[in-house]
Design a protein around this ligand. Structure first.
Ligand code: ISL
Ligand code: CA
Length: 616
């Protein structure tokens, strides 16, 4: 293990051997759309860190080099031994289904999905084979960011129902042997939360330290140059706040100006959060999806962000909080104080961290998170969500393979393609939707036959595609609306609307079409899930690629306890020659029907010849 401190004179080889360094360099390459072999090149590896500005032709500067060296020194942890057998646990074997309550099912005809609506669809979810339901926030909220701005953690939004409705849902799920996880949003609260209101009202308030609040006049400008994910400065001025100097307060918000970041340096704040979590566990909740949990620890002093990183990543300041100095410490404490002794599932939503950081966040012996959502597979290299382009699935095979092979047996991964923050994947792959159902099935088979816990997003199992937005008033999401306002003066209405049609979060937030027709995509998902449940090789078996990840036809094997399964995917829209497969296999599922050549977007599951039980 290397203990010497990193400096601009450190070799790139050592930076790449450092988990955090490896992730940062990989991320930069992905962002720039550069090929991965660049860093594997031995000549490049022997160069010094300070050569990066020249190597990248000025895309990164000397300040980036200094920041990176400091960052590496701040994070000495290395992943532990990962060679043992993966421990067998319920949440590894589960299939999770994400519900966005507002648009899932409306029981009383007011146009807003609600808890009784969800309760009425449990049989339907159970038939699909879902084990765990994850609800996006159902708490009381003014709705500036559709519930991710929480006003009261311990009550339910009126439009969705009551606390009793939520208890009934928990109970009904448990009766079916299913589980419920809630969205835990503890990086920020609404500005209407009583903690924040009291912090504004009273200079001596114990709640003032719960947030990142700085005294100063509006005219002095924000305390630093950080930008918000939803556009503009990450600071809002509160002239009404009572202060000695009478100039008001500046409050930090990484998301909307009504989502105030909590200050995790405050032990009183942390204690209140843990108590709230224990209150939910006492009501029978089985776990949490932890919203932007990697962003809770901020660099003390909140220094300015690097303009270079800001320009490269689209947001200024991220290097000071996406993997903050006390992140691991906070996560360990959260787990110890809030849910040790309960058999919960804790999945962190972690935009930013790469493979090696994710290993540190999820290795079981470190007792932090159980699994995380990484987002690097959702866009092709060099692309961002609002770009209009055709997503190449060969990249997905490369990216997922890297994670399957690199995570190790002491960590676990989440497998997802869609959520409420992203467009529909079928539309990204083939915007004309000529093969919508075939592609939906292919994506489903891929996602459900890797090692990890699959998370399906509502409607994905129906093969839902993007909505076509023809005018701005059809777009509700705050991020999209701010994006449009930002783009309009630069590119005009047509192009700004085009960007929303490509990347708006609203694509995942339109009401589900409920009809009783048989849906062939859902039926295919049901069969794969049933097989996965029956054959643990599909859950725990090591992932072995049989063709090069990145080739047109991707073939991989999952094998455990003497049972081998092989998945064949045609990642292109053209028929391809059939690959040669190992012996002893029979075709178990095929989409579309198998022919002598592999059809466009073919997805096939091959299983043991001796297999007797069929998935029906
Ligand atoms: O949409 C994004 C950036 O503009 C995503 O990066 C997203 O905001 C990020 O993944 C964090 O998402 C989560 O926290 C947000 C909330 O708006 C999202 O809906 C939630 O999933 C703030 O709570
Ligand atoms: Ca309703």
């Amino acid at each position: 293990m290397k203990t010497t401190a990193f400096t601009p004179d450190s070799r790139l080889r050592d930076v790449l051997a450092h988990p955090v360094g490896n992730d940062v360099v990989t991320k930069v390459l992905l962002q720039l759309g550069a090929p991965e072999w660049v860093v594997l090149n031995p000549v490049v590896a022997s160069l010094r860190l300070k050569a990066l500005p020249g190597l990248s032709r000025g895309l990164v500067d000397r300040r980036f080099v200094d920041d990176l060296a400091r960052f590496l020194n701040q994070h000495p942890d290395r992943p532990g031994d990962s060679s043992g057998e993966p421990e067998r646990l319920w949440w590894k074997q589960a299939v999770v289904y994400q519900i966005y309550p507002r648009t899932f099912c409306d029981s009383n005809g007011d146009g807003i999905g609600d808890l009784p609506g969800i309760l009425s669809k449990l049989d339907w979810l159970q038939e699909l084979g879902v084990d765990v339901v994850w609800l996006s926030p159902v708490y009381d909220s003014p709705g500036d960011d559709n519930g991710y701005d929480i006003r009261d953690y311990q009550s339910v939004l009126k439009e969705f129902g009551t606390l009793e409705d939520l208890d009934s849902l928990t109970h009904a799920l448990h009766e079916r042997g299913m589980k419920l996880i809630l969205d835990l949003v503890i990086n920020h609260t609404s500005d209407e939360h009583r903690w924040f209101q009291q912090a504004l009202a009273e200079p001596q308030s114990p709640y003032r330290e719960y947030y990142h609040l700085r005294e100063g006049a509006a005219a002095d400008g924000p305390p630093n140059n950080w930008t918000s994910f939803f556009g503009g400065s990450a600071w809002r001025h509160f002239p009404e706040a009572k202060t000695a100097g009478g100039q008001g307060l500046w409050g930090l918000h990484l998301f909307s100006s009504k989502q105030m970041d909590l200050n995790w340096e405050s032990s009183a704040m942390r204690a209140d959060v843990y108590q709230m979590v224990r209150w939910w566990l006492a009501r029978g909740i089985d776990g949490f999806r932890l919203d932007v949990i990697n962003q809770i620890s901020k660099q003390p002093g909140l220094p300015d962000g690097s303009p270079t990183i800001g320009a490269m990543m689209g947001y200024t300041g991220i290097e000071h909080y996406f993997y903050g100095p006390r992140l691991h410490e906070h996560l360990k404490e959260l787990r110890r104080e809030a849910w040790d002794g309960h058999d919960v599932m804790a999945v962190g939503e972690t935009p930013g961290p790469g493979l090696q950081m994710s290993r540190l966040l999820t290795a079981s012996e470190r007792r932090e998170l159980d699994l995380v959502f990484n987002f690097d597979h959702l866009e092709n290299p060099g692309k961002v969500r609002f770009d209009t382009y055709r997503y190449n699935l060969r990249f997905l095979a490369r990216q997922w393979s890297r994670w399957q092979l690199g995570l190790g047996n002491n960590a676990w991964n989440s497998l997802f393609l869609e959520n409420h923050d992203n467009p529909r994947m079928v539309s990204k792959v083939e915007p004309e939707l000529t093969h919508r159902e075939d592609i939906a099935r292919l994506l489903g088979l891929f996602q459900l036959t890797l090692r990890g816990t699959p998370f399906l997003f509502q409607g994905q199992e129906l093969g839902m595609a993007n909505t076509v937005f023809t005018s701005l008033d059809q777009v509700k999401d705050i991020e999209s609306r701010n994006k449009y306002a930002e783009l309009l003066p630069q590119v005009g209405h047509e192009k700004a609307l085009q960007a929303l049609n490509s990347g708006s979060r609203d694509h995942g937030r339109v009401p589900l079409p409920w009809n009783e027709e048989t849906n062939s995509v859902r039926e295919f998902f049901r069969r794969v899930i049933a097989l996965r449940r029956e054959h643990l090789a599909l859950v725990y078996g090591p992932f072995v690629p049989l063709t090069r990840p990145g080739s047109n036809v991707f073939v991989y094997q999952r094998e455990a306890e003497g049972e081998a399964w092989v998945v064949v995917l045609n990642l292109t829209g053209k028929p391809q020659p059939r690959p040669r497969l190992p012996g002893g296999l029979k075709l178990v599922l095929a989409s579309p029907s198998a022919t002598s050549r592999l059809p466009a977007w073919a997805a096939e599951l091959w299983g043991p010849v001796g297999l007797t039980n069929s998935p029906d």
